[in-house]
Write a protein that binds this ligand. Sequence first.
Ligand SMILES: [Zn+2]
Length: 86
Amino acid sequence: MAMTEGLTSSASGSVSLKPCISCHQQKALSEFYPHPHTSDGTINICKECHKALVFHRAREDHLSAQPPGLDRLRRQGRGARGPQAG
Ligand SMILES: [Zn+2]
């Protein structure tokens, strides 16, 4: 006897779809990351859009971050005076 579990999906339907608030496409719940605080247990933005968002954020963070050592150089230099305005 062979152990056959319902792996093959031949029947159409019976898949709960959900619209993504970013790309407005109806996608299966498996296309959304799980979130315990939402009513249906998944976030409202699909994985693809979420990835794009995270990617952009990371880039911005990287750009805004200053290279280490810059503050040190300033301190080492003539630092007898306070911050000069102008
Ligand atoms: Zn999306």
